[in-house]
Design a binder for this molecule. Structure first.
Ligand code: C2E
Ligand code: MG
Ligand code: MG
Ligand code: MG
Length: 284
């Protein structure tokens, strides 16, 4: 009877499970060709000064324009790319594409004053961070844009004891580090203080919980301040969240309240044009 039940179960569950693994296999195989087939695109999410709501920078976010499945978000393929050690190549391509796009904007006389350009890097090991640094140097990323490399707190904390020299490379390349998803890992304050980190990006889960718990974020911000960090909040969706973040003194933020991640041509409207004089925040 158990056997029968088992067979019934397998009839119910197997087709779906088979689909999932086939799905994965299919994606895996295609992921190996994603660069040569030029299927990746970069979208950009504006980062605004909370005081003025003016754009102070952009975050580059990769997407996979899949020929059958449509636009795939990073969560659908970055973990897979990490597993298969393809993420380093993807990250380098993103940097290159971002460099090309910034040059395009500069030719259009957009972004001719200081703006941040944040890129995400999955450093599985810090030699990858070193490779990114070398890559950035070779790109000669055009000033006055300031590149910032976002690393998650988990990566930053776990990998830095092993090889501080890789971070020294970033320091020398004059790249600023952003601790992404701040609050989700366990930052050692003393270590944060020693790293070339200038921005802490408060994870959006804390922003989402602001109405219930403003004190937690307040504490995170005062800690960041004490370390001389610029505080940025991610995932701002409502005016209520926005006002609380202003009240706490967070400098900058991003979220659907202002703008989602957009294709480059749609970001134009957000970028200050050189003929108009605009203020931007100076730090870092
Ligand atoms: P992240 O760096 O923390 O990026 C923020 C994510 O929040 C983005 O998702 C963004 O689209 C989303 N978001 C922005 N505003 C809001 C909002 O108001 N509400 C909500 N609920 N979400 C918002 P996305 O683009 O799907 O990226 C997910 C993650 O994938 C990123 O998290 C980043 O860790 C990673 N990623 C993105 N691009 C790259 C890349 O080029 N290389 C690597 N290695 N990882 C990347
Ligand atoms: Mg990020
Ligand atoms: Mg983040
Ligand atoms: Mg996040």
């Amino acid at each position: 009877q158990a056997k029968q039940a088992g067979r019934a179960m397998s009839r119910v569950f197997q087709p779906a499970m088979r689909d999932v693994s086939k799905d994965r296999l299919g994606l895996e195989a295609q992921l190996h060709h994603v660069l040569e087939r030029e299927e990746l695109v970069v979208h950009y999410q504006p980062v605004v000064s909370l005081a003025t709501r003016q754009v102070v920078g952009l975050e580059a976010l990769v997407r996979w324009q899949h020929p059958q499945r449509g636009l795939l978000l990073p969560e659908a393929f970055i973990p897979l790319a990490e597993e298969h050690h393809l993420v380093g190549a993807i990250d380098r391509w993103v940097l290159q594409e971002v460099g090309r796009q910034v040059a395009r904007w500069q030719r259009q006389r957009r972004g001719t004053q200081k703006l941040w350009m944040n890129v995400n890097v999955s450093a599985q090991d810090l030699t990858q961070v070193a490779a990114v640094t070398a890559h950035l140097r070779a790109l000669a990323f055009p000033a006055p844009w300031q590149v910032m490399v976002e690393l998650t707190e988990r990566v930053l904390m776990h990998r830095t004891d092993a090889d501080p020299s890789a971070l020294e490379g970033l320091r020398q390349a004059q790249v600023q580090l952003v601790v992404d998803d701040f609050g989700m890992g366990f930052s050692s304050l003393s270590r944060l203080h020693r790293l070339p980190v200038s921005v802490l990006k408060v994870d959006r889960s804390f922003v989402a919980a602001l109405e219930e718990d403003i004190e937690l974020v307040r504490a995170m911000v005062s800690m960041g301040r004490a370390l001389g960090m610029v505080m940025v909040a991610e995932g701002i969706e409502t005016e209520a969240q926005y006002h609380r973040l202003v009240e706490i003194g967070v400098e900058a933020g991003q979220g659907w309240l202002f703008a989602p991640a957009l294709p480059a041509d749609q970001v134009n409207a957000y970028l200050p044009h050189s003929r108009k004089r605009r203020r931007s925040i100076d730090r870092p």
